[in-house]
Design a protein around this ligand. Structure first.
Ligand SMILES: [Mg+2]
Length: 143
């Protein structure tokens, strides 16, 4: 296993289905924000993001956004309507915030996945935190 290679790769977050999460025993999904759950320019969550978050919730999966973005107010404004917690300025690939989040919500690394678009931050942070690293492609505009 290369530390630089994700355990699984997907085209977009929508491909990480509740069925797959269940099958893989994932109970905590740590998600990168920019270019993973949204385009960097998107100010509000897209409809498909609302649907996906709700479907994951129904499947018993907790989602927490872990972002290196330091704009706290912007992130809170984005995450609040989705009813998901967010951690800003996480300094990935440092894994402290991933570990802290697992401890806060009482999840084991074995039931946790870090989902993100960048190996240099998201994949490496997952490795350091000893959780699975799932990677999505840099988000593209849906037309
Ligand atoms: Mg990103």
């Amino acid at each position: 296993m290369s530390v630089f290679r994700a355990d699984r790769k997907f085209e977009r977050f929508e491909d990480v289905t509740p069925e797959l999460l269940k099958k893989e025993g994932v109970k905590l999904l740590l998600c990168d924000l920019d270019n993973t759950l949204r385009l960097h320019s998107e100010k509000e969550p897209a409809d498909e993001l609302y649907d996906w978050v709700e479907d994951c919730r129904k499947a018993g999966v907790k989602i927490v956004v872990i972002s290196n973005n330091g704009r706290k107010k912007m992130m809170q404004k984005f995450c609040e309507p989705l009813k998901i917690d967010c951690v800003w300025w996480a300094k990935k690939p440092v894994s402290a915030k991933l570990t802290e989040t697992m401890q806060t919500h009482n999840f084991q690394p074995s039931e946790t996945v870090m989902l993100g678009d960048k190996w240099s931050t998201d994949v490496l942070a997952a490795r350091f935190a000893k959780v699975r690293a799932w990677q999505v492609e840099h988000r593209k505009k849906v037309v």
